[in-house]
Design a protein around this ligand. Structure first.
Ligand code: FES
Length: 105
C-alpha cells in the first residue's frame, strides 16, 4: 500500500473554528482548523448521514450537527454518545499555501 499526498484545498479556505468539505482524490473529506493545525476526517459522521463540516468546532472537537455526537479531531475517537464508532482521520500537511491530505492507495 502506498500513501498519496493529495492537494485538497487552499489553506486559507479552512477557517479557525469551522469545517469545510473537500475532495481528496476520490475521497470526500472534512477539513477543520484549530489555530495553526488542520485536521482531515471522513466527511460523514459514523452514526448517520450527517456532514461533519456543518458541525460545531471547538478546539480539537467537532460536534455532529444531527445528534450532537462529538469526535476528537486528533484521532477520530468518539467523545460522547450517540457516537460509538471512531471517525477515520487522515494525515495533513500544509505546504505552498495548500492543504495536502494523505490517502492510502
Ligand atoms: S448522525 Fe452524527 S451523531 Fe447521529
Amino acid at each position: 500500500m502506498s500513501t498519496n499526498w493529495i492537494d485538497a484545498a487552499a489553506a486559507d479556505h479552512v477557517w479557525d473554528g469551522a469545517g469545510i468539505e473537500a475532495q481528496a482524490g476520490d475521497r470526500t473529506v472534512a477539513l477543520f482548523r484549530s489555530g495553526e493545525q488542520v485536521f482531515a476526517t471522513d466527511a460523514l459522521c459514523t452514526h448517520g448521514n450527517a456532514r461533519l463540516c456543518d458541525g460545531f468546532v471547538e478546539g480539537t472537537m467537532v460536534e455532529c450537527p444531527l445528534h450532537q455526537g462529538q469526535f476528537d479531531l486528533t484521532n477520530g475517537q468518539p467523545l460522547c454518545e450517540p457516537v460509538t464508532e471512531a471517525l477515520r482521520v487522515y494525515p495533513v500537511r500544509i505546504e505552498g499555501g495548500r492543504v495536502w491530505v494523505a490517502i492510502d492507495g
